[in-house]
Write a protein that binds this ligand. Structure first.
Ligand SMILES: Nc1ncnc2c1ncn2[C@@H]1O[C@H](COP(=O)(O)OP(=O)(O)OP(=O)(O)O)[C@@H](O)[C@H]1O
Length: 290
């Protein structure tokens, strides 16, 4: 599945919700879509799913414009927290309705997961709790095996154990059947081991994009004497600093081609995606990172 967004602009009620948003995806993977509330994540993903038109730019999914394009819609599954079906339908009815839509639908897996998440087929949607509805939606997204599957904060209401379990199922299924999965979340700490790449939006613009493996190589938390830390961090972007007595800790983003070797008298630690996201977007608020 190849996705191309080139300078995509979306205007709603006179306001630009997406501003010249560009993003290219050419390899399977689970892509994190991060950004503060109102950044434009849902809008961007609705555009890719063919649910929303654009006002300027180019968007292509496997070479075709996705908007109301029946030919490619069966390759796309968009899962979000919303009531997509009549509340009087049963779980079994919903599965029957969605199944023929996706050519690679995996019925055995769907059945197994309905059992694991205690979703009886005879239960009506109106009788499901919020977490159970979310679990059903996520099961549909996983079992669809759609070449482009989009999860827009899909776990609302699911308890911590259920979330952990469904992430595991998603990851295992992805490993066996790689495809392109976009996953927007504010629960970065608990989802970060799913992701291969990250895209951060802010106020309708893409402000950061990178493979997690290369990000991990160039973002470091460094601790030691203040002067030493500052000297070492010189070639990078200091995203955050804290001082505790004589110890300075800095989170530094180095250019990918210039991560200096760590001197023996400094300690380094890996920075989690959540910490990177928080420090990076905080710095942006201060207008210091471009
Ligand atoms: N129908 C609409 N009319 C006008 N503005 C809208 C409409 N839908 C969304 N917006 C605005 O577009 C912006 C982006 O919304 P969007 O839902 O894409 O953000 P998001 O990044 O998904 O946010 P969240 O993390 O809160 O879900 C917001 O400022 C929102 O108020």
């Amino acid at each position: 599945m190849i996705i191309q967004c080139e300078k995509v602009t979306k205007i709603k009620q006179g306001t630009s919700i997406l501003k010249e948003f560009s993003w290219e995806i050419s390899a399977p993977g689970i892509y994190a879509v991060l950004g503060p509330n109102g950044a434009g994540k849902t809008t961007m993903m609705q555009i890719l799913a063919g649910l929303t038109s654009i006002d300027a730019g180019i968007v292509k999914v496997n070479g075709a414009s996705p908007f109301e394009n029946r030919k490619i819609l069966s390759d796309i599954c968009f899962i979000q927290e919303s009531d997509n079906f009549k509340p009087t339908l049963t779980v079994g009815d919903v599965i029957k309705i969605v199944r023929p839509f996706y050519p690679d639908w995996e019925q055995e897996l769907a059945e197994e997961l309905l059992g694991q998440f205690q979703l009886p087929k005879k239960r009506r949607l109106k009788e499901l709790s919020k977490g159970m509805s979310s679990a059903l939606n996520m099961i549909i997204g996983i079992a669809s095996r759609a070449a482009l599957t989009i999860f827009d904060e899909p776990y609302i209401g699911m308890d911590a154990g259920a979330r952990k379990h469904i992430y595991q199922v998603l990851l295992e299924d992805f490993m066996e059947h790689p495809r392109t999965i976009l996953f927007s979340t504010h629960f970065i700490d608990e989802t970060e081991n799913l992701f291969e790449s990250v895209c951060i939006l802010k106020e309708g613009e893409k402000v950061f994009e990178e493979k997690i493996s290369s990000l991990n190589e160039r973002v470091l938390r460094i601790r030691g004497a203040d002067k030493k830390v500052k000297g070492y961090a010189e070639s990078g972007d200091v995203l955050h600093t804290s001082v505790f007595f004589d110890d300075t800790t800095a989170v530094v983003l180095f250019p990918s081609d210039n991560v200096p070797p760590v001197p023996k008298d400094l300690q380094t630690e890996k920075v989690s995606l959540q910490d990177f996201y928080i420090h990076y977007t905080d710095r942006m608020k201060e207008g210091e990172v471009q």
